[in-house]
Design a protein around this ligand. Structure first.
Ligand SMILES: [Zn+2]
Length: 349
């Protein structure tokens, strides 16, 4: 981490001995569970030529990079299902190399219930927290561990992997990359064509376990696999599908350049990069932001109160602090927000 990222001008957590009841605040907003997008018809993904449900392979037959696009690692994020179904119907055989499309948690998606749309995020555990040898190579079993092992051969061979996600709470699109230069270069190529350029965030990992983009293929020092995660927009919105399709098509178009060259040399505008400095967890069941912050909001001044957590005030530790994917109703112990600062250099460059 760069020295700058460590600089603090204000503590994040400030205990309030006598908390007044009239602090500003939006309280805990109701869950935005309005479904503006129907669940996709994914019948073509049940019996596939690959023999693995949810895995579709488009092989040019010529040597070239192995490209992988993953959707629905979280079963209820079915904008990713729409996006991959749109791509599949276009028969996206690359000029060289091979493209694999993976709908990761089809089993959880199969349990989707529009009256409880959060319930089918996973069946027994979060499929995006178990991409570590200690879990994958263990003797444990769960619906998600079994599925991770089933799709692992396709992840193992990926040169470039794009993992499509959506969010419950509003956020500007953001690319999240593991702390490896090769992956932030990859994400910057995809991000730099947005108008304005999308944010590329290198983060600190997730306390609950390793995410797909942190799998050893993408984390190995001196390795070649690159991965990035796109938080494309709200879960059940058509514009989120549009964003996912647009970025996926850009990925397929630029894959050769990214694979062999890897740097954003001829893009018109550089991507905005930021590095997560802190994960703020809810230590009380009553964590409330003082405003319904939209993800990627930049708070100008250090010491600005952004939330209260029981008797604590949560403050920005430095000027121009970015709020990454705020969770406006975190449960006790859950990640409420990541704090990030802009950087001009790639982490782990
Ligand atoms: Zn997700």
């Amino acid at each position: 981490m760069s020295c700058k990222a460590g600089q603090r001008h204000h503590p994040i957590r400030v205990r309030q001995p006598r908390l007044t009841e009239d602090l500003p605040g939006c309280g805990r907003p109701v869950y935005p569970l309005d479904l503006c997008l129907k669940a996709p018809d994914l019948s073509a993904w049940r019996n596939t030529a690959s023999g693995i449900p949810g895995v579709q392979i488009f092989d040019s037959g010529l040597n070239g990079p192995d490209l992988v696009i993953v959707g629905m690692v979280h079963g209820n994020e079915y904008a990713g299902g729409h996006a991959l179904e749109i791509l599949r119907r276009n028969n996206p055989v690359p000029r060289v190399g091979r493209l694999t499309l993976i709908l990761a948690n089809l089993t959880a998606f199969g349990c989707f219930d529009s009256t409880a749309p959060m319930a089918s995020r996973y069946l027994t555990e979060d499929l995006n927290r178990l991409w570590h040898p200690s879990r994958l190579n263990s003797s444990e079993r769960s619906s998600e561990l079994d599925r991770a092992r089933q799709i692992l051969p396709f992840i193992e061979r990926a040169d470039l992997l794009l993992d499509l996600h959506s969010t419950l709470w509003p956020s500007e699109p953001v690319f999240i990359v593991p702390p490896r230069r090769r992956s932030s270069d990859f994400a910057c190529v995809l991000a730099s064509e947005e108008q304005p350029a999308a944010l590329v965030v290198t983060d600190l990992g997730h306390q609950g376990g390793s995410r797909l983009v942190e799998y050893s293929r993408f984390m190995a020092v001196g390795g070649t696999g690159r991965a990035c995660l796109l938080e494309a927009g709200l879960h059940w919105r058509p514009e989120t599908v549009d964003m996912m399709v647009k970025v996926s098509e850009r990925f397929l178009r630029d894959a050769m350049r990214i694979h062999f060259q890897g740097r954003e040399t001829d893009t018109k505008q550089p991507a905005e990069m930021a590095v997560v400095t802190d994960n703020v967890l809810a230590r009380s069941a009553d964590f409330r932001f003082v405003e319904p912050w939209v993800g990627n909001t930049c708070i100008p001044n250090a010491g600005t109160v952004i939330a209260r957590d029981g008797h604590d005030l949560i403050c920005t530790p430095y000027d121009k602090c970015l709020l990454i994917v705020p969770n406006l109703r975190p449960r006790l112990g859950q990640l409420a927000v990541r704090l990030a600062r802009r950087t001009a250099v790639h982490l782990n460059a």
